[in-house]
Ligand binder design. Structure first.
Ligand code: SF4
Length: 348
């Protein structure tokens, strides 16, 4: 018999059904689940409390398709960026970002991206496929190991801000969150997870209705429809009015204040006029604003705003009584802009 699929594609109920059909007692599913999601094993031989015969049967029926680190780069600021190789020879990226208080993993949700944001290197890679939940889980697992090896402590923060639009791979992304947060998985607090979206209004509403406990970030970058559509084509079908309604609904339902991500780009979105536009948008619902020092990419002509302009922009928003944080660029020397490592090192 040919091994068909990664056993980790089965959720707990499907795993129970599978084992019952194999004539196994119910507790075997619990044992296997623990090996897969708490101990992170990638072969049936490691499941030492299973009878040899069962391990053999499982091996006939299922496979493992773990991701591997193909390439690693470490920045002078300690940021570690990985290109991960998938079982089908596709590549994705994940980044480990250490700070004094946090150990953050930034993970990908798709191979490439279909949304074509003009300032993003991944937008120039076409979307090949969605990631499975176990491929997202594997990124977290491997970045956690790297954190322990390099910094002596594990992850305490996960952001879905790597390659891809998480809400266009909804089911697998939500399953990965469940595996990371469940007591039967890694047991991390959902409050330590942030899903970042370019803005798919109906999925934001769905997450709120589904009782989300994680954080939500909206990649905004412009608070005027014409300007936003010019750099983020998704704005044509999910405009600012729809997004403001969805974000208000999210806050009402979850009580979680979302974050607006705004990369400050020289002479594009960093004038007083844009302060006024962003202020109007941000006053529509309770939120925080992260101003991001833009990381230029070789594929487009955008430049980061100078330090003085960035500070002026932040001060003007604070003066308008908005909550503003400035996020300094990390890993610039290793092309921290998402999609760069895959573009430059593996595809060229
Ligand atoms: S910013 Fe996000 S949604 Fe836009 S192209 Fe890049 S990966 Fe895709």
């Amino acid at each position: 018999m040919v091994a068909v699929k990664d056993i980790r594609d089965l959720d707990e109920n499907a795993l129970k059904e599978e084992l019952s059909a194999m004539g196994q007692p119910a507790y075997r599913a619990g044992q296997i689940y623990k090996w897969l999601w708490q101990k992170g094993v990638r072969s049936f031989n490691e499941m030492s409390d299973l009878p040899a015969e069962l391990r053999e049967q499982l091996q006939q029926k299922f496979t493992f398709q773990p991701i591997e680190i193909a390439l690693q780069q470490k920045s002078v600021d300690g940021t570690i960026k990985c290109a991960f190789k998938l079982w089908d020879d596709n590549y994705i990226e994940g980044v480990l970002i250490p700070t004094e208080t946090r150990m953050t993993a930034c993970v990908s949700s798709q191979v490439g991206c279909s949304l074509d944001c003009k300032f993003c290197a991944t937008g120039y890679l076409k979307r090949s496929r969605n990631l499975q939940a176990y491929e997202i889980f594997d990124q977290v697992w491997l970045l956690d190991q790297l954190a322990r090896e390099n910094y002596g402590k594990g992850l305490n923060n996960i952001v879905y801000m790597g390659m891809g639009e998480p809400l266009l791979n909804f089911q697998q992304v939500m399953r990965s969150v469940e595996l990371i947060t469940s007591e039967k998985g890694l047991g991390m607090s959902a409050q330590r997870i942030t899903i970042s979206t370019a803005g798919i209004a109906k999925m934001i509403i769905k997450m709120a209705d589904d009782g989300a406990r994680f954080n939500l970030a909206l990649s905004l970058h412009a608070a005027n429809n014409a300007k936003r559509s010019a750099i983020m084509p998704i704005n044509d079908s999910n405009n600012l009015e729809m997004l403001a309604d969805a974000m208000s609904y999210w806050y009402q339902k979850t009580g979680i204040r979302p974050t607006l991500e705004y990369a400050v780009i020289d002479d594009l979105n960093d004038h007083d006029e844009e302060v006024a536009e962003l202020t109007r948008f941000a006053r529509k619902f309770p939120c925080k604003i992260n101003l991001i020092e833009y990381n230029p990419i070789s594929l487009a002509d955008f430049k980061a705003s100078g330090k003085t302009k960035l500070e002026h922009f932040a001060e003007a928003l604070s003066a308008n009584k908005l909550i503003v944080n400035v996020r300094r660029s990390r890993g610039r020397d290793i092309d921290a802009a998402c999609g760069q490592l895959v573009n430059k090192s593996l595809l060229s």
